[in-house]
Design a protein around this ligand. Structure first.
Ligand SMILES: NC(=O)c1ccc[n+]([C@@H]2O[C@H](COP(=O)([O-])OP(=O)(O)OC[C@H]3O[C@@H](n4cnc5c(N)ncnc54)[C@H](OP(=O)(O)O)[C@@H]3O)[C@@H](O)[C@H]2O)c1
Length: 325
């Protein structure tokens, strides 16, 4: 039974110019929800996130491993523990990266997107997702076809809203115009954004503002680098320690900056993870920070950011100096 006080502490922000409010912290299931992860931990994370007022859960066809297993596991948890609360949740999925063999198992064709969404719905046991994303731009498929497929998913009743991910500013503007013409506005953009990767500040946020599109940055903690996880060592149970998308040499290269940022966080009496999230949420265009978590303690720490979002001009300048250094 979810906590009756779950909506008391979380803050919600309007997504672009839409009717949708998203929690300022959302939970992604890229890692920690595959068949390689323990079911009890997964169940605990989802239940605890919902208790904290996190209403948005982000998936994709290929999350696992193996690909597809995060959707299956999430669907089971939803069915067994939270079925009565489906209408209180925003559940998203995506297609774009490699999912199955042959010419129709990745990128941006109508053939792939519509089939993949059907597969995602089956895996999760859902009739519809709240948001269906095109996961990455496809340089070889006409944008009209890809956006047409997103619009079709909405008209089929299989998605309530659509979004795009990893699109550069100019393609975002074009995609938004095509979707507007079709009568299905682009709700949201999901880009990578954190203190160590600031590309969205060079044009994307302006486009999103002008087009009234929400923004939900992924990997806001740089996969755990912008926390205390790696300050002393590379723990064997950490993402870098397990060896996957985050590599030890990358962490080691970033450590001097991470340590300097940690000192500023300490002066604010805030863990580095919270400061890194507050820094993301400082941009008015950012609707929600899309975190990952491998433990309930991490969820609790990250949600506490809402108690201290403000920065002084001096703090921002000091952070800027470190990031540019
Ligand atoms: N659209 C796309 O192309 C795309 C790409 C990537 C991700 N995403 C989405 O974004 C979501 C989040 O990405 P992400 O998992 O990379 O986000 P992240 O929040 O930057 O990294 C999450 C990881 O950081 C560590 N962590 C989190 N909170 C911590 C804390 N308080 N203290 C210490 N360590 C902490 C944990 O790593 P440990 O496992 O080491 O504990 C956790 O698994 C994904 O689940 C997915 O939904 C989308």
């Amino acid at each position: 039974m979810p906590s009756p006080s779950r909506y008391e502490k979380m803050k919600y922000q309007r997504c672009g110019k839409s009717g949708v409010l998203l929690p300022r912290i959302s939970l992604g299931l890229w890692h920690n929800f595959g068949d390689v992860d323990t079911v009890a931990t997964q169940r605990g994370l989802i239940a605890h996130a919902f208790d904290l007022g996190i209403t948005h859960f982000d998936l994709a066809n290929n999350y696992g491993p193996p690909a597809g297993s995060a959707e299956i596991n999430f669907g089971r948890i939803l069915r067994e523990d939270l079925a009565a609360y489906r209408d209180e949740m925003i559940i998203s999925s995506k297609a774009g990266y490699y999912m199955y063999p042959g010419p129709y198992g990745e990128w941006g064709s109508r053939k792939y997107l519509i089939a993949s969404l059907d597969q995602s719905l089956k895996r999760m046991g859902l009739e519809y997702v709240d948001i269906f994303y095109h996961h990455r731009p496809d340089p070889n498929t006409p944008l009209e076809e890809t956006m047409g497929a997103l619009d079709h998913a909405v008209r089929q009743g299989k998605a309530l809203y659509v979004g795009i991910s990893n699109y550069r500013p100019e393609d975002t503007r074009r995609a938004a115009a095509i979707l507007k013409g079709l009568g299905t506005p682009c709700l949201i953009h999901q880009p990578k954004y954190n203190m160590l990767d600031r590309w969205i500040e060079n044009g994307l946020t302006t486009v999103l503002e002008e087009e009234g599109i929400g923004c939900i940055p992924f990997s806001p903690l740089a996969q755990g680098q912008l926390t205390d996880r790696y300050l002393k060592e590379i723990p064997s149970d950490s993402r870098a320690g397990r060896g996957g998308f985050l590599k030890t040499p990358e962490v080691e290269k970033n450590l001097p900056k991470i340590r300097a940022l940690n000192a500023i966080a300490a002066n604010r009496s805030q863990p580095l993870a919270e400061m890194a999230l507050a820094w993301i949420l400082r941009l008015p265009q950012v609707t929600s920070a899309l975190i990952g978590a491998s433990s309930i303690t991490q969820l609790d720490t990250n949600v506490k950011v809402l108690e201290r979002l403000e920065f002084s001009a001096e703090e921002l300048a000091a952070i800027e100096a470190i990031l540019r250094g």
